[in-house]
Design a protein around this ligand. Structure first.
Ligand code: VAH
Length: 316
């Protein structure tokens, strides 16, 4: 019987991943680990713990006989730059705790890397799977280190840990975190609440992006793929679309002509964004385990607006 633990269960990815896992494997078999923000209306198995506390995680793994861990808990790029010590403790320390427990209790692990693993020396267009990884953020350094740790624990201890380099993700079920690509979520709140939005990146800043439904499907497909199909044990490039703040604003204006988007770049966020690629070559994920995105920018825009209107209780 599958018993699945999701850490960071109430963040942008977890808020969509947990319901999908509950649907596929049964609500009773999915355990959501929350630390701070727990939605009052959460319907499922809630476990409390701290991924930096090995013993508290071990209690959960043993008591609930966990077979799979989706380890999502961590700080994002901007939050990490605000507190590098905490970022390292949670992002790297939390991953090491999960991998050390996987070594003993033999559960499968998913862990998200990110396009943040790339840096200024990485080719920006159609970034290859194997390339220069010289990130200039503590978040990116944690991602590169984490990828190498995943590969080590696979080769040395046989831990079946799998990973994706998430692009910027857009979804409406959870409030946006403290990240660089999160403007693609904030813009929809600005549209529906005020009819306007001031983007914190320059209008022509192109970044790899993906709608959350594609990310959830790809994540579970990777975890359910036969081990022999997984040829990348650091982290797979994982792409879908790419756009600029101006392009997503123009897409919104096709549906809301009066929407006003201005651009007021935040120096830290702009600097982070400019160290990342513009588009990703994810041909190895497509070849090895059949990855294929389905949301383009128009479909993502329409879906985000519909979903957020329902969440915010805004009529048509
Ligand atoms: C961030 N949304 O901006 C996250 C993500 C690829 C970016 O890791 O920090």
């Amino acid at each position: 019987m599958r018993k699945i633990l999701v850490t960071g269960a109430f963040g942008l990815v977890g808020s969509d991943l947990v319901p999908e896992l509950q649907k596929r494997f049964g609500k009773e078999n999915v355990f959501a680990l929350g630390n701070k923000t727990i939605p009052e209306d959460f319907d499922g198995n809630l476990v409390r713990g701290d991924v930096t506390d090995y013993s508290s995680l071990e209690v959960i793994v043993k008591e609930d006989r966990i077979t799979d861990v989706y380890h999502l808990a961590g700080l994002l790029s901007v939050g990490s730059e605000k507190d590098p010590e905490l970022a390292w403790k949670v992002n790297f320390g939390g991953l090491k705790n999960v991998l050390d427990l996987a070594k003993i209790y033999k559960f499968k692990v998913f862990w998200p890397s990110s396009i943040a693993a790339f840096g200024p020396t990485t080719p920006k267009i159609n970034t290859p799977q194997h390339t220069s990884l010289e990130p200039t953020t503590i978040y990116g350094i944690g991602k590169v280190t984490g990828e190498l740790m995943c590969q080590y624990y696979w080769k040395r201890y046989g831990v079946d840990v799998r990973s994706l380099r998430y692009p910027g993700l857009t979804g409406y079920k959870a409030p946006p975190g403290d990240g660089t690509t999160e403007y693609s979520v904030h813009i929809f709140y600005g549209l529906l609440k005020e009819g306007r939005y001031s983007a914190f990146l320059k209008e022509n800043t192109r970044l790899p992006m993906m709608y959350i439904d594609d990310a959830i499907k790809g994540t579970i497909d990777l975890m359910e793929a036969p081990a022999e199909k997984i040829n990348v044990r650091t982290s797979y490039n994982f792409g879908a679309i790419n756009f600029t703040p101006k392009e997503i604003a123009e897409e919104i204006k096709k549906l809301y002509p009066d929407f006003v988007c201005t651009f007021d770049p935040d120096p830290v966020k702009q600097s982070i964004a400019e160290s990342w690629p513009e588009s990703i070559d994810d041909s190895e994920a497509r070849r090895d385990w059949g990855w294929k995105p389905t949301f383009d920018l128009p479909k993502m825009t329409e879906t985000m607006i519909g979903g957020l209107k329902e969440k915010l209780g805004i009529g048509s």
